[in-house]
Design a protein around this ligand. Sequence first.
Ligand SMILES: NC(=O)c1ccc[n+]([C@@H]2O[C@H](COP(=O)([O-])OP(=O)(O)OC[C@H]3O[C@@H](n4cnc5c(N)ncnc54)[C@H](O)[C@@H]3O)[C@@H](O)[C@H]2O)c1
Length: 317
Amino acid sequence: MLSERFSTALVTGGAGLVGSNLVEDLLSQGLKVVSLDDLSAGSPQNLDHVRADPNLTEIVGDISDKDVVNDAMLGTDVVFHQAVSKNTVCMENPNRDLEVNAGGTLNLLLAAVDHSVEKFVHASTGSVYGRTEVFPTTEDAPVAPVSYYGVSKLAAERYVHAFHVLHELDVSILRYYHVYGPGQDNSDVGGVIPIFIRRALQGLPLKIFGDGTQLRAFTYVKDVTAINMASAIEPAAVDQVYNCASDVRVTITQLAETILGLLDRDTGDIEHHDWKPGDIKHFDISNTKVKEQLGFEFGYTFEQGLDLTIDAVRKVI
Ligand SMILES: NC(=O)c1ccc[n+]([C@@H]2O[C@H](COP(=O)([O-])OP(=O)(O)OC[C@H]3O[C@@H](n4cnc5c(N)ncnc54)[C@H](O)[C@@H]3O)[C@@H](O)[C@H]2O)c1
């Protein structure tokens, strides 16, 4: 149990998809939780259902501000760092991306050492591999990101590892893929699953960029939060990197058809648009390490995850 080792957790990006679900899970395990989020992308609505919990403190603040980070870190035992400047923002503003994703992580690590934090779990991304030619892609495959986002996230990973070496900070790095679930942005810059669900519910066509054959390892958010919590207490996870992709492999066309089917729409409601530059076409990720080293089993089928996400989108639109 997490509460046997830690009493207070800091979750950055606590109003976002992974962060808000993690806040909920940590509170249910009896921890005191501080959520730090600047609300640039996340929504305070995502914490509505836990706001009355006296163990929750919400701070609206920016991780690129050292003073904010220092204050938020006070009394923290474990950090789950989820805040991120988004891919879509990065294409327009790579400097902000560097400032938040790399600089913000550095601020958190410095404050974690100053405040004698026991564990730092860091959310990273499969984008650090770039256009890899290693299939299935294991954690030791070469990293060569080809997006501003990926570069800044790799810089953050390197800081995390350096703090382990320099300061003996107990760290774990989790590389996520196609996380989806309640709390995800369903606006046009959000995740493909809530966007498709919202558009189908609103009777709008689902837009597919490219031919729709691109594969995705959709991973339900509660599996991702469970890996975060497991890596925080598992001794084998110290200074380790884990790919956090489920076994689900679904093409975007299959996804669109499944959602239209579940919502009783017509497959004619699909529209094809030009391929988005930077989108990864070939994709085959290994999740063997997280299963074998952490003994982790992905608990949600794609059907279960979709049902839960449809319910959640219905409630917010
Ligand atoms: N969702 C995915 O499919 C996916 C895939 C790969 C990696 N990741 C990683 O997972 C982590 C969580 O992503 P998510 O999907 O929950 O994203 P999200 O956008 O839902 O949540 C990120 C949160 O960070 C907040 N934020 C942004 N800038 C901030 C700043 N300067 N200070 C404080 N808060 C700030 C946003 O307001 C938002 O609530 C990120 O590190 C991301 O890189 C996510």
